[in-house]
Design a protein around this ligand. Structure first.
Ligand code: NDP
Ligand code: BG6
Length: 501
């Protein structure tokens, strides 16, 4: 005998046959549908087959899901041209997801929320498959579906993808549609959010706390006390299968005008009125407005060449050896540039940015070099500059290089490191997706305004001297013999690199 149980208000009512099992199922189904469910959300990852999806997006989505930080009724759709299955996608990111033994069931539940759709970026028909998924979900939940489209794709396809989304995948009803594009970007739209994943890094967020949460640094954070600021980004691997994207971008667009520029503005800005995103943005913009265009004489560009001795298998070959890189490519994989902030606080202090792929190590850090002590009473050359080092990766750390007395009978000095924050801080990658920065002042972030290069070319190879810059700490790569300098005249002619007006 079947029993039907129904909740009426807070009372549970039971009723036995004569209802047939079919009728019971029908009633149960109708009741389930009539119960208001959590609103449905769809998170679509375009470029689900790619490096960013594998290394960051899928793992981050899993961590957010694991920690119950996402809406209950969330679905994830991977979309790309490659012939993939969810099994293959799982294999591609499971190692990065770092699933612990006691999380395995939840991980399986997360995977069940995932779907893969194979489709092209240039045909609206493919996008209709995506819309069918949304429609189906809408039908099942009887609620409008909120959609977030994450374009983990090369910028070259942003335009067609957003166009097709507009044509086929929007909902103009009660739900919202959001589009996230990755750097390097160049246009500004109301429904396009722009993200810089460097802002999600614990140590980049810490820059503000260090500066504005400690009395120690405030008074000396200026041209009177600081001699130079060096911001370094080095990777010990090359394009890692991403040459198709990288060759159209180059290192300047890939990391310098976005990640490193974010770091620079956080280091140089005045204290914002509050921690509110817009107040911080306003202060960053003032820094950018105080920066004159970078001069070509202050820029060094290069490309990594083969290093058969490299420990990293992928860096054994040079950039031009990559089958997806044209033989005559002048896309820089390395750049060093000196930037200036012409305001009262920073006038005359060089901000030196160095970044490159295929270098000797993976490291991302900031070095603030303080000026020499006036009226030196020690033996000539004994005192070294005080230096504050903020290491973003690997192993986040903050330490201060100070002069201390050498133990012993005389007053000899030596350099010591004062570790302010010696523990390895876990990178809160989950912040990555949540910490979105929206910038409306698009033109300030365009390479055109930051790196507009005058016509007079003054070529410096590696080891060349940039006037006014202290070169003692400036070896561009630590392995300059393994880079070839690029003729800047050629780079200049290639609009995809120095995007000149
Ligand atoms: P990939 O080269 O891995 O590209 C992602 C996917 O896009 C590929 O799997 C491929 O998918 C598709 N694709 C590649 N080239 C083209 C092309 N020429 N035309 C159409 N589709 C193409 O790049 P990433 O994932 O590394 O980068 C994607 C975006 O994310 C870039 O804008 C990058 O700046 C940004 N980014 C990357 C980070 C990273 O760590 N990798 C970090 C932060 C930002 P399929 O062929 O299957 O469709
Ligand atoms: C991305 C660049 O924005 O940042 C990559 O496209 C680079 O080329 C990556 O490797 C570095 O980020 P992270 O977080 O791995 O240091």
């Amino acid at each position: 005998m079947s029993t039907l149980q129904v909740n009426v208000g807070d009372r549970r009512v039971s009723r036995s046959d004569p209802l047939s099992p079919d009728l019971i199922n029908y009633l149960k189904e109708s009741m389930r549908e009539s119960v208001q469910q959590d609103p449905p959300y769809v998170f679509v990852i375009f470029g689900a087959s790619g490096d960013l999806a594998r290394k960051k997006i899928y793992p981050t989505l899993w961590w957010l899901y694991r920690d119950d930080l996402l809406p209950k009724n969330v679905h994830f759709v991977g979309y790309a041209r490659s012939d993939l299955t969810m099994e293959k996608i799982r294999d591609s990111f499971e190692k990065n997801a770092k699933v612990r033994d006691n999380e395995k069931d939840k991980f399986e539940a997360f995977l069940k929320q995932n779907t893969y759709i194979q489709g092209s970026y240039d045909k609206v028909e493919s996008f209709k498959k995506l819309q069918e998924f949304n429609d189906d979900l809408q039908k099942r939940t009887k609620q409008p579906v909120n959609r977030l489209y994450y374009l983990a794709l090369p910028p070259s396809v942003f335009a067609e993808v957003t166009q097709h989304l507009k044509e086929a995948c929007m909902d103009y009803g009660d739900s919202w549609t959001r589009i996230i594009i990755e750097k390097p970007f160049g246009t500004d739209k109301d429904q396009i959010y722009r993200i810089d994943h460097y802002l999600g890094k614990e140590m980049v967020q810490n820059l503000m706390t260090l500066r504005f949460g400690n009395r120690l640094f405030g008074p000396s954070w200026n041209r009177d006390h600081i001699a130079s600021v060096v911001i370094t980004f080095k990777e010990d691997f090359g394009t890692a299968g991403r040459a198709g994207y990288f060759d159209t971008s180059g290192i300047i667009r890939d990391v310098m005008q976005n990640h490193l520029m974010q770091v620079l503005t956080l280091l140089a800005m005045e204290k914002p009125v509050s921690l509110n995103a817009e107040d911080i943005r306003d202060e960053k913009v003032k820094v950018l407005k105080s920066m004159p265009p970078v001069e070509l004489k202050d820029v060094i560009v290069g490309q990594y060449v083969a290093n058969p001795d490299s420990a990293h298998p992928e860096a054994k070959a040079g950039y031009l050896d990559d089958k997806d890189v044209p033989n005559d490519s002048v896309t820089p994989t390395y750049c060093m540039a000196v930037l200036k902030v012409n305001n009262e606080r920073w006038d005359g202090v060089p901000f030196i940015m160095k970044c490159g792929k295929g270098l000797d190590e993976k490291k991302s850090e900031v070095r603030i070099q303080f000026r020499e002590v006036p009226g030196d009473i020690y033996a000539p050359g004994e005192l070294k500059r005080t230096e504050l080092v903020i290491r973003v990766a690997p192993n986040e750390a903050v330490y201060l290089k100070l002069m201390t007395k050498k133990p012993g009978m005389d007053f000899g000095v030596e350099e010591s490191e004062l570790w302010i924050y010696p523990t390895i801080v876990a990178i809160m990658v989950s912040v990555y997706l949540m910490h979105m920065s929206v910038y409306s002042l698009k033109s300030l972030w365009d390479l055109k305004s930051i790196l507009s290069v005058p016509m007079s070319l003054n070529m410096h190879g590696f080891g060349g001297v940039i006037p006014g810059v202290d070169h003692t700490n400036l070896d561009p790569s630590g392995r300059s013999d393994l880079l070839r300098t690029i003729d800047k005249a050629k780079v200049h002619k290639n609009p995809s690199i120095f995007d000149l007006a």
